[in-house]
Structures are given as C-alpha cells and as structure tokens.
Design a protein around this ligand. Structure first.
Ligand code: F6P
Length: 564
C-alpha cells in the first residue's frame, strides 16, 4: 500500500527556519562581540557570572562560565528555542510521534529506560523481549548456556559496528575501569579488516565463546564478514564445516531483520529483536546492550538505564532555562552557527571514558552532519561541528599545544570526576591510587584555567628574567612563550563513578544532539549519506568492469597489480 504522506511533525509543531526568527538577528549581533572571546574580563567583572552559568543534575555539575557567551546570549538562544517550538518537540519525541520524519518513525530509545511507551502495537512484543533478554543473561551468568562441546559459555564477543558496537564497547570499558564485577570475558570486533577478528580472538577458547552478531539491518558488510569469520573459526576448532547447525549454540543475533537472521541460520530462540523505532546510535539501552548485561549483570545494566531515565525526566520536565540538555544543545548551536566554530574537542579525564569521543562522534556527526532541513530547504548556516578528542591527561601531550598557541580557538569540553579521598589507614597502593586520581582531576581543572588565563608576553618576559635570562634574550624569546588565553571551555564534573553516572552522561549527550538537530532543522535519526559509500563499495566488489573516474581507475589498477 502506498505510504500515506504524513504531515511533518516539525512543521505541524511550528518549527521555523532559524534565519526567520527575531532571535537570530540578535544572536548575529552578539556574535560580533563574542568572536574575540572576552571571557577572562567577564569573569573578573561580573560576580554573578559563575552562578548564572553553572547547573547541577544527578551526579553532574556543569560549569559553562568559561564559555564564550553570557546570560544575554543564553536568553537569546532560549528565545530561539521557544520560537522554533522546542518544548513541543521534546513532548512529541517522548510521545512517540514520527519525529524521524524522513523514515516516518518514532525515536523511542527512551522506552528502554521506562521513560516512554513503545508503540501500542508492539508493546506486548517489547515486554516479552525484555523478559527473554533478562532470562538469557541470567542463564549465561550461571553457566547454563553450553557450546558445541557442552562446555559452559563464559566469553562474549560482540560483532557489530557503529551504533551496534560503540555504545556497548564504551560502557563495558568504563565499567571495567570503574571496578564493576565482571563475569567471564567480553570483547568487541567491528572492523572489516580480518586482523580485528583474528587478533581479538587469538587468546580465546572457541569452546566457551558466544558470538553476538549485532546488526539492526543484518546487511552491514563488516558485520556479516566477521560473522562468517566467527563460524569458520569455530568450525576449524571443532573439525566441522562452518554451516554445521551444531555451531548455532555459539551465536546470538540482535537485529530488527529477524527473518534475515533466521535465513543466515540463527536459531529463533537466540535472536533478540531491535525495534525499527530505535536508531543505531541510540541503541545501547536495548538488546544491543546485551554485552553489558552478560558481562556486568542485569543490575548494572538496569542502573545505567536508571541514570538515563533521570535525565529523561529532567529533559521532559525542567523549564528550558534550567534544562541541561537544552543548554548544552543551544551552546553548540551558538558555537557552530553564530561563532562559526567547526570543531568540538571532547576530553574525558578518565581512562574509562577513553571511548566517549568515538561514541559521541557517531552520535553527533551522524545525527546532525546534514544540510537539508525539515522543510526541504538547504541550511544557510553551518550545522554539526566535527567531534574529536582523547582521554586526559594524554591529550596534554598530544594536541594541547595547539589549543594554547594555535591560531583557531575551538569548543573544548572537559569531563572529569571528583576523586575519592584516601582513607587514613589505606595501604600504600590505595593511597597512591587516591593521589593519582586527585592529580588527574587537578590537571583537568588546571587545563581549563590555563586556557582561560594564558600568559601575556610581559609575564613571559618577567619569568625569563626571573630565571636569569639576559634582558635582550628574554625580550627576543618572550613572544614565543606568550599564550593568548581566553580559550573557551565547558566543564562537566561528576561526584561519582557509578553506572547511573554514566547513564546520565550518555542521555545528556543524546538529548543535546536532539536539541541541536531540532534547532538546525535537520533530522537526527536518519543517515542517508553513509548509504552511498556502502553502495559504491558493493559496486567495486561486484562489478569489476564498471566505469570509474581516472583516479579511482588508476587505484584499482594498482590494487590488481599488487594482488598478482
Ligand atoms: O554508519 C551507518 C550505520 O547504519 C549506523 O547508523 C549503524 O549504527 C551502523 O551503520 C551499523 O548498522 P547495523 O546495526 O544495521 O549493522
């Protein structure tokens, strides 16, 4: 049946292009002032600045007072949010409206946190699947699941990519660093490069290994290739052929395309459903999070979800001016669209969050890296910024020089944790651990302050003279030591390292991405752009005589030569 055209939710709710709002003009005027980033002066002059630009939600404290803005900019951004119908959009998101307008779907990843209802027609299936998932996790963790040789399965290898990998991989890594008790082994394979699979499984016992083939579409080349490697790896170990159905007990599928998984030989009772109304990069809360629950237990997985649920409630209920995902989203719109910033550096001062930049890269750049708006018009302004980053303090020894003395200030986000104090009678290892954690947090705070304060040429000259440099030499060298300062940064500080803390953080980012997409007028839930690359790859692999541009043709010639 032809799809019925549905009135686009954004247009029905009153979304309008930014450039047509009164707030847009006010923000463009304010941008001329803030492009010189007079942050230090504002902090010195305005005693209310810190209290006006800091917030608190759950385990998180947010300090945006070192950012290149002030309350009047925030108020203009809030006007923008109101005139583009952001509050009705948030309500529509949680009500399961088809906010994913190009695919005419809801975006209800929040249902897995209990913050929204699944679509009525699939509510029973949703409940049944949750029960199946919990039962499967329980059976695995008591060793009741057996492999081909009847050995208990205690090793999980998730095979997936993008949203079917980055979220669970990040959470498992964080939980490992936060000392949350793990059952057995959990690993991740994502890349098409066979060395990813072969290296990751090198030290594993095939007899005890369970593969989770996680793919919403069940048509992603990388994942299907790695699933084939997995079957061959097991078959070689057991001396059977890869299509031997006795190997199926080593495989679980997590997918929306259940029939495809069955066609690939997966047992129906080991296929877990991923609804079409959960976007890949928003899916770690669903059955895609199975590696988390299998390795760290349903309780820790539920606590992660509970943390996100707290932010869901905040996002739905807090007034816009006190709504942290809204404020975070508006700040990025200010940076990208009005200050013409093109990059965000995300610096988690926690080794357990070393994968946070990679997860957030997909979340933000695949959601908002778009140009066509809800009404079909091209965006006449920059939309999503590039996201990159590295765990601190390693970035300090890699790219912070560029932050301090480079020619282009960018948006920098610090994420840090208040260290647990060492107990008086702690043994030397615990004391050393507490001291290192305290130094880590101090480094994060110090970096944000140093970026703000910089070092004037006169200060550099005075330091050189104090170190005994001759006046002429000190004067010649001082310019090279000068640091402009006034480099803007945001600071997110957590008071705990619990599953709930991480759930809160990830939900903050998810909802801020939704806010940005809405303001910019782009759909954060589709990803038509990446389809072209997949299609070209398929063509290259299957149609060797297809015509190519001269550069590609030459590359293919080299490839063929090398293959001989
Ligand atoms: O990058 C494109 C994409 O479709 C992502 O949105 C998705 O998370 C990833 O590929 C994997 O897709 P699937 O879960 O369907 O294998």
């Amino acid at each position: 049946m032809a799809k019925q055209p549905t009135q686009s939710v954004p247009l029905a709710l009153g979304w309008q292009p930014l450039e047509r709002t009164a707030a847009h003009g006010a923000l463009r005027e304010q941008a001329t002032l803030w492009r010189t980033f007079p942050i230090r002066e504002r902090l010195e002059r305005d005693p209310q600045r810190v209290s006006a630009l800091t917030w608190h939600v759950g385990d998180w404290y947010l300090d945006l007072s070192k950012q290149a803005w002030d309350s009047s900019v925030l108020h203009a951004l809030l006007d923008l949010a109101r005139t583009t119908a952001l509050s009705p959009a948030i309500a529509a998101l949680f009500a399961g409206e088809p906010v994913n307008l190009t695919e005419r779907r809801a975006a209800l990843h929040m249902a897995y946190r209990g913050s929204a209802q699944p679509p009525a027609a699939q509510r029973d299936r949703f409940v049944t699947e949750e029960e199946r998932l919990a039962a499967f996790v329980a059976a695995y963790r008591i060793g009741a699941l057996k492999g081909f040789s009847r050995a208990p399965l205690d090793t999980v290898v998730n095979i997936g990519i993008g949203g079917s990998d980055l979220g669970p991989r990040l959470v498992c890594d964080a939980f490992a660093h936060w000392g949350i008790a793990r059952h057995g082994t959990v690993r991740f394979v994502a890349n098409l490069d066979p060395s990813d699979f072969l290296t990751t499984t090198l030290d594993l016992d095939p007899a005890r290994t369970l593969f989770l083939v996680t793919s919403k579409s069940f048509s992603t080349a990388e994942t299907l290739s790695n699933a084939r490697l997995a079957r061959s790896w097991l078959a070689r170990h057991f001396g059977v052929t890869p299509d031997d159905p006795r190997l199926n007990c080593h495989f679980v599928a997590v997918t929306n395309a259940v029939e495809k998984a069955e066609a690939h030989g997966f047992d129906s009772n080991q296929i877990f459903w991923l609804p079409e109304w959960v976007g890949g990069r928003y899916s770690l809360w669903s059955a895609v999070g199975l590696p988390i629950a299998l390795a760290y237990g349903w309780k820790a997985f539920a606590a992660l979800r509970a943390g996100a649920a707290e932010i869901d409630r905040h996002f739905q209920c807090a007034p816009l001016e006190a709504n942290i995902p809204v404020i975070l989203g508006l700040l990025s719109v200010w940076f990208a669209t009005y200050l013409a910033q093109q990059q965000t550096a995300l610096l988690p001062y926690a080794q357990g969050l070393q994968l946070l930049p990679a997860w957030y890269q997909q979340l933000e750049m695949e959601s908002n890296g778009k140009r066509v708006r809800f009404d079909g018009s091209p965006a006449p302004y920059p939309t999503a910024m590039a996201v990159w980053g590295m765990a601190g303090t390693m970035g300090q020894h890699a790219f912070h020089q560029w932050f301090y003395q480079g020619t282009q200030p960018i948006a920098i986000e610090f994420v840090a944790f208040a260290p647990e104090p060492a107990a008086a009678d702690d043994d030397p290892l615990l004391r050393a651990r507490a001291d290192a954690a305290a130094a880590l947090a101090a480094n994060a705070v110090a970096q944000a302050e140093a970026l703000l304060l910089g070092r004037s040429e006169a200060e550099a000259f005075a330091q050189l003279r104090a170190q005994g440099w001759a006046e002429a030499d000190a004067r010649a060298l001082a310019p090279f030591l000068a640091i402009p300062g006034n480099r803007p940064s945001s600071f997110l500080l957590a008071t705990a390292q619990r599953p709930e803390t991480l759930g809160q953080l990830l939900a903050l980012y998810e909802h801020a991405t939704f806010v940005r997409g809405w303001l910019w007028g782009v759909n954060p839930f589709d990803q038509f752009g990446v389809e072209l690359g997949k299609q070209m790859a398929r063509q290259l692999e299957t149609e060797s005589d297809a015509p190519h541009d001269p550069s590609t043709a030459q590359l293919l010639t080299w490839l063929k030569k090398a293959a001989r």
